[in-house]
Every structure is written in C-alpha cells, then in structure tokens.
Design a protein around this ligand. Structure first.
Ligand SMILES: Cc1ncc(COP(=O)(O)O)c(C=O)c1O
Length: 401
C-alpha cells in the first residue's frame, strides 16, 4: 500500500445517514437516525443552566493554560459523586480515580487502551446488538471483540437468560462492556435483580466489567439510573466506567466525559490512573477545558444543580410522553402490529421492530430516516411530525410486511 491510490473509507453508518438527510429536499422529512436529543421544535437546545455557566465562565476566566492530564480536579470530584452517589464507599475510600476525557468515546478508548496494556490476551465482550462504535473503539485499542446475546427480536425484549449463560462462560480477565441504562440501540435494560445476578456472575468468573454510562438521567432519573453499577461496587470488583455528558448536559460538541477507575484499594487506583495519564499524554496530551468547567460549575452550585436536574427530568419526560403518543397514534390507526413494547423501552432509542424493507420504504417514499435494524431516536418525534410519522409507519407495515 502507498499513498498514491488511497480508496475512500466506508462512511459511518449513522453520521452518513445524517448527511443523506441534510441533502433530502422533501420538506416533510424526519430524522430519527441521529443520536442527539431534540426538543418539540426539533432543535438540540443549549440547556439554560449551561448558557448561564458559560456566561459566568466568560466573565471570570483568567487563563486558557493547559489542564492537568487527568483534567479539572473539581470536575473529577463532582462527577465521581454524580456517577457513584455522594459519599459512596468507593469515593470515600479513594478506590475510585477519575480521568476527564473527550466525551464518552474518549473515556472508552483510554479505558480500552489501559486494559489492553495490562491484559494483552483479553477479549472485549459486547452486547448483540450494541452501539456500533464499541467494536471500532475496542478493536482500535487492540482488544479482539466478541458478542454476548442481549436482545430477543421475537419477544422484543431483553434475552437475559441467554445473556447470563454467556456471561457465565466469559474467561477470567476478559472485559465485558455493559450499558448502565438506556441501552443503545434497543432501549431494553436489566432489572435490579438481573443486575445483581450479573454482578454475582462477574464475581464468580472474575471478568472485568466496563460500564458505558452515556445516558445517566435519561432512563428513570439521575439517581435511579446508577442502580446497575451498585452490586458490582458492593462485590468489591474492579470496575471501569465511561461517563458521557454529551446527552444529559447537552454538551455534545464540547467533548465532555470521564473515565472512572475503581480498583481494589486506593493505592492501586492511583497506580491505574498513573498509567491512564501516560496513555492520555501520547493520545491528546490533556483534555479540553470548556465543557468540563461548565459541568463542574453546575454540579458544584446547589441552585444551578437543582435547575439542571429539572432540565434533565424535562428531557426524560418528553421522551416518555412521545413514546406514549407514538404507541397510541399507531394503535389508533389500526396498525397491524402491537407496538406497546415501546412503552417499556427507556432512553432516547427504541428498537421499532421494523424490517429492513420497511425502513427502506420509509426513507425512499416518506423521507423518514432511521438506522438499519429499525432503531429510532424517539426525541426526533415532535407534535408536528407525529401524525405524518404514524400514517407513514402504518403504510410501510402494509406495503412491505
Ligand atoms: C452507548 C453510547 N456510548 C457512548 C457514546 C459516546 O458519547 P460521546 O458523544 O460523549 O463520545 C454514545 C453516543 O451516542 C452512545 O450512544
């Protein structure tokens, strides 16, 4: 190979869809493919608390000097409290150390690089299906990837029995990637009992849980959404968490996230962080400041924080009510499929159960864009486009059964 005839890389499945959507001239078009929250006017807003924090920062900022390699210390402390719960044993004991990262993706990558360095013969186990970038990130870090069963398309629900069976044969020191809440792309999450069972399996088989926490607050609430982590922490297991503030703070393009390393004791946690710092130094040297400064400010100010919690609750509330409106709208039109399973899904995404032919029909004939496999971003539905969407889905179900 040389640089004379470099073939173009395949387009990113989801970002490519957005490009096609932007070029579509049909005014009735709807984008249910992209993974960002939209309000009822179809915009991805800057949260009012974020705007206020930015104004305060602009006034008070005195330097743009580099952050430490592990990021803004106040951000790390407040994020540890948000992710694990203020006063949790892992925080008090110093068993957790934080590295600020460029988004949740950055956290996944530096976590994967760290694991690869110390567990060079381990695999990363991903849910089938999962966010497509997981495969890319873990492979790029040099960890071969494998799948564990997660979702049963026939019953349109979590396949927990099969998942547990597969996790029970994952070898010691392999890495299992788990979505803490609002599983992307299915919207199907584990119950509290199922999380306890998964943690018991991890403790028995001694695999390493790596949690992707991209949607804290979008499932059942900021506190309730961390429930999946707790039995793993209680079992004293080593745990990695990739937290993202793209969605719950709406800080998508500020690249704001954190890797949490939970080690068996404080000294070990400090040693793990020292290696992550070495990895960060050669990847991007140190993280960007703006988004983290905003999040740290909001999380550290009781009034701003209360406002932000209400903003998160409102985003979640919109997604719950739009799910209801979608299910009711389809039922009212006599859809030949019962879509009530959509009520039980959580977060921004729903597996609609639409076939590839129906997805293609909706895109070609109706200018409605969704990812192959029928994943829809429910936040792309608004009171203005709901009727057109329901009419079109019913038409697609009849035209391409
Ligand atoms: C499951 C999952 N993990 C991680 C991410 C990455 O988030 P970020 O934009 O913060 O890198 C996303 C974003 O869509 C996601 O859905």
């Amino acid at each position: 190979m040389n640089l004379n005839r470099v073939p173009p890389a395949p387009p990113d499945a989801i970002l490519g869809l957005t490009e096609a959507f932007k070029k579509d001239p049909r005014p009735e078009k709807i984008n249910l493919g992209v993974g960002v929250f939209m309000d009822d006017t179809g915009r991805t807003p800057v949260l009012p608390t974020v705007k206020q924090a930015e104004e305060d920062l602009a006034r008070e900022e005195t330097s743009k000097s580099y952050l430490p390699i592990a990021g803004l210390p106040a951000f790390g402390e407040r994020v540890a409290d948000l992710v694990f719960g203020a006063g949790h044993e892992v925080v008090r004991s110093g068993r957790v150390r934080m590295a600020q990262s460029p988004g949740g993706t950055g956290a996944l990558r530096i976590g994967a690089e760290f694991l690869r360095k110390f567990l060079p013969s381990s695999k990363a186990w991903l849910s089938a299906p999962t966010w497509p970038n997981h495969k890319g990130v873990f492979s790029a870090a040099g960890l071969p990837v494998a799948d564990y069963p997660y979702y049963d398309p026939a019953s349109r629900s979590l396949a927990f029995g099969k998942m547990a069976e597969a996790l029970d044969s994952v070898p010691e020191n392999d890495v299992v990637v788990l979505h803490v809440c609002c599983h992307n792309p299915t919207g199907a999450d584990l119950s509290a009992d199922q999380w306890r069972e998964a943690a018991a399996i991890a403790a028995r088989r001694r695999w390493i849980p790596f949690f992707d926490f991209a949607y804290q607050g979008f499932g059942a609430g900021l506190e309730a959404d961390r429930a999946g982590l707790l039995p793993f922490l209680q079992a004293g297991l080593p745990v990695l968490v990739a937290a993202s503030f793209s969605k719950n703070f709406g800080l998508y393009n500020e690249r704001t996230g954190a890797l949490a390393l939970v080690a068996p004791d404080a000294a070990e946690a400090a040693a793990w962080l020292s290696h992550v710092q070495v990895l960060v130094r050669v990847l991007y040297s140190n993280p960007p400041a703006h988004g983290a400064a905003i999040a740290a400010r909001i999380l550290g100010d009781p009034l701003a924080r209360a406002d932000w919690e209400r903003e998160v609750d409102a985003m979640r509330g919109r997604m719950v009510s739009i799910r209801d409106a979608l299910v009711n709208g389809l039922r009212a039109r006599g859809a030949p499929v019962d879509f009530s399973f959509i009520h039980a899904q959580r977060g921004m995404f729903s597996f609609s159960g639409l076939s590839d032919a129906q997805v293609a029909f909706l895109r070609e004939k109706k200018a409605i864009y969704m990812v192959g496999g029928g994943r829809i971003n429910v936040a792309g539905i608004t009171t203005r486009n709901l009727d057109y969407l329901c009419d079109s889905v019913v038409e697609a179900l009849r035209a391409a059964p």
